[in-house]
Design a protein around this ligand. Structure first.
Ligand code: C2E
Ligand code: CA
Ligand code: CA
Length: 662
């Protein structure tokens, strides 16, 4: 039981049926509607009994008409309450009816009190005792029957007081005693009734508060607290609902992925990152009623567009432009971009899961083909997604050990042209798909989580080949992002190296920045464990990511591999040259080896040598070679080092070595 001051106020308010909360009015009326028919029934029975008792002693005009008048009133009111008990009333309607009920009952009871006092003028103590019985019974019944409207119950109790008073003043000693007992009993009854009604009002208040709380909980469970947008769970519910009604209006699903959000977080700190996300939420939240935007997690958002394809595309372009506007973080300004993948519900025949999958694929393609654009899922993507599904199935079912093989691309000393290592590159010759490029099947294997199986097979094959090379030549092997977050991988790789008998110092694992971004803490654990086993580590595709520099300081890296996009523009673009120069400088400072990838021309070699890059890799030296061609390659040497430099080339090399531009 809860007795508290708010319940006390609730009773005080409820003494006036027009006061109190809307929930209270509904609860009061619902309770009363169930009890009122009994109240009127009891009243009618009592009236009929008194009529019967006074039939022969009181004049006819005083006995019969009240019963005749009361019969339709009691019947009509009872039927009306039986009907109302089954309907859901609005609070205002309940309040109005409570006031009306209160008035009618008070009138009826006032009339009854006047009637019984008039009757008391006739008959002896026997008949009058029946009047007292009527009053006691009716007031008891009224107080308990109307307990949920204490004011009305109290009034009825008070209405009968003059009757008690009448008997105390004019009655015989027996009747006086009975009337006094009745008055005392009435007082106690009203007191008990008030206590009980407090419980009722507490409960109503408590229920109302519980309802408010659960409504708030529901709101919180569906809202992303940082951005105020609907959260992932809410978005999927709305997506389900909208998908069911997709025939009524065209439906498009947009997945928005922020570009360059991580650097904002890294540069300005997490509070600034949160502020940017909140602002993104505000911009997406202002899209209007034909779009539903939600935060799906991290820096990923979802938008549902109702309307045709052209309007969805136009809205997405507008979103993109809006998100590219500057963000104020502290005293500075940050800029981020976004990539949006869009799919039409009409392309998702298999349901919501496919809808999500194709939008995700459009986003993936958007990211792969240069960020900051809107990509809509089309026929070409459908074909390539189908191929992906087939490849995925094949990767799970075929004998990968016989279909996968490794080719080797040399890494060459820039000074001597000597081959110091081979990088193992995966190949898959499938009887169904032909030769599948590693970019394609590695990505699928990562997505369907079979990559660790591939890594193990490929690494064993690469090591088996390396055992046949001269011991001065090392092996470089690419690890996937998923290998780094796999807690068993470091132990497994160390075990495979041990079984091969090759010195761990001859092995370098190449890792890309995307691997580190995925889950830095886990990747760090794996890399430290690998490093402890005696291998070396190289950061692959260096310079293409956003935060490569921070990794150089935080991880036990031994080498940087300059991405081939820099090498490609090295000779033509001064900016590229500057970048390569600073990477080489960084490597030298941190005592790291530096490999330039994608070397195809002699001019690039000359430039790289001038900049101080000590190791080279690329088609200019050799394309990736099958194992069987390695011996012949080792005898012939790297391609561009085979030709004797012409006098002009010699001059250029001398010029570059002195610090001039090519
Ligand atoms: P990566 O590690 O950056 O490998 C270098 C890629 O550049 C190779 O492509 C190589 O053939 C190509 N390449 C080398 N020199 C040149 C050049 O001078 N010009 C041009 N245009 N390209 C050159 P590939 O073999 O198709 O491999 C692509 C990517 O697939 C690799 O990029 C690597 O990320 C991934 N990969 C390959 N093998 C494996 C593997 O065994 N495991 C994992 N996890 N990933 C692998
Ligand atoms: Ca590599
Ligand atoms: Ca690379």
């Amino acid at each position: 039981m809860i007795y508290n001051s708010s319940a006390y106020h609730a009773i005080r308010e409820s003494l006036d049926p027009t006061a109190g909360t809307p929930e209270m009015h509904v609860a009061q009326f619902t309770a009363i509607a169930k009890e009122a028919p009994l109240f009127y029934g009891m009243l009618w029975v009592n009236l009929a009994y008194l009529t019967f008792v006074f039939w022969s002693v009181a004049p006819d005009w005083l006995v019969l008409p009240p019963l005749i008048l009361a019969t339709p009133i009691c019947l009509g009111r009872s039927l009306s309450y039986i009907r109302l008990a089954r309907t859901d009333l609005e609070p205002e309607d309940a309040r109005r009816r409570l006031v009306l009920m209160s008035r009618i009952i008070r009138l009826v009871m006032l009339g009854s009190a006047a009637w019984v006092i008039a009757l008391a003028q006739f008959g002896g103590d026997f008949e009058r005792l029946h009047i007292i019985c009527f009053v006691v019974l009716q007031s008891l019944f009224s107080v308990f029957g109307l307990i949920h409207v204490p004011r009305t119950a109290l009034h009825i109790g008070l209405t009968f007081m003059p009757v008690a008073l009448y008997f105390v003043v004019f009655g015989s000693p027996t009747l006086v005693a009975v009337a006094l007992v009745y008055t005392l009993m009435g007082g106690v009854t009203v007191f008990l009734a008030l206590i009980y009604s407090e419980v009722f009002f507490s409960r109503v208040l408590q229920n109302a508060r519980l309802r408010e709380l659960s409504a708030e909980n529901l709101r919180l469970a569906n809202t992303d607290l940082l951005t105020g947008l609907p959260n992932r769970r809410c978005f999927f519910e709305r997506l389900d609902e909208a998908f069911v009604r997709r025939d009524e209006t065209d439906l498009h699903l947009g997945l928005v992925d922020l570009d360059g959000f991580k650097p904002v977080n890294d540069t300005y700190g997490h509070p600034a990152g949160d502020a940017v996300l909140a602002e993104v939420g505000r911009r997406l939240g202002a899209l209007g009623s034909d779009c539903v935007a939600a935060r799906l997690g991290g820096d990923e958002f979802g938008v549902l567009f109702r309307g045709d394809r052209a309007s969805a595309l136009a809205r997405a372009e507008a979103i993109l432009a809006g998100l590219q506007e500057p963000y104020h973080v502290g005293s500075g300004t940050a800029r981020i971009g976004a990539t949006i993948g869009i799919a039409s519900a009409s392309d998702a025949e298999a349901g919501v899961a496919e809808f999500m999958e194709i939008a995700d694929y459009a986003l993936y393609r958007g990211k792969a083909t240069g960020r900051g654009n809107v990509v809509i899922f089309d026929e070409e993507m459908l074909q390539s997604l189908r191929r992906r599904v087939h490849i995925e199935r094949a990767l799970r079912t075929v004998d990968l050990d016989s279909e996968l093989f490794v080719v080797f691309q040399p890494i060459v000393s820039a000074g001597s042209g000597r081959t110091i290592a081979f990088e193992a590159l995966a190949r898959w010759r499938s009887p169904t798909f032909g030769l599948v490029p590693p970019d394609e099947f590695i990505a699928v294997a990562e997505a369907c989580e079979t990559i660790s199986v591939l890594t193990e097979i490929l690494f064993r094959k690469a090591l088996a080949a390396a055992t046949r090379w001269p011991p001065t030549i090392d092996l470089s092997f690419n690890l996937s992002a998923y290998d780094l977050v796999n807690p068993c991988m470091a132990t497994l790789l160390a075990e495979i190296i041990r079984e091969s008998g090759i010195a761990p110092s001859r092995i370098t694992f190449e890792i890309t920045e995307t691997a580190l971004v995925r889950d830095f803490a886990k990747a760090q654990v794996t890399l430290n464990a690998l490093k402890a086993s005696g291998v070396t580590l190289a950061l692959d595709d260096f310079g293409t990511g956003y935060s490569s520099l921070s990794y150089v300081h935080r991880l036990p890296i031994d080498a940087l591999k300059i991405d081939r996009s820099f090498t490609a523009s090295l000779v033509q673009e001064t900016a590229c040259r500057d970048i390569v120069q600073s990477i080489v400088g960084l490597a030298r400072n941190r005592r790291l080896r530096c490999v330039a990838e994608g070397v195809e021309e002699w001019e690039q070699i000359a430039q790289l040598k001038a900049l101080g890059c000590d190791l080279l890799q690329g088609y200019g030296l050799s394309k990736p070679l099958p194992e069987a061609e390695i011996d012949a390659y080792l005898v012939a040497g790297p391609r561009l080092f085979r030709t004797v430099p012409t006098p002009e080339r010699k001059n250029l090399a001398v010029q570059l070595a002195r610090g001039g531009a090519a």
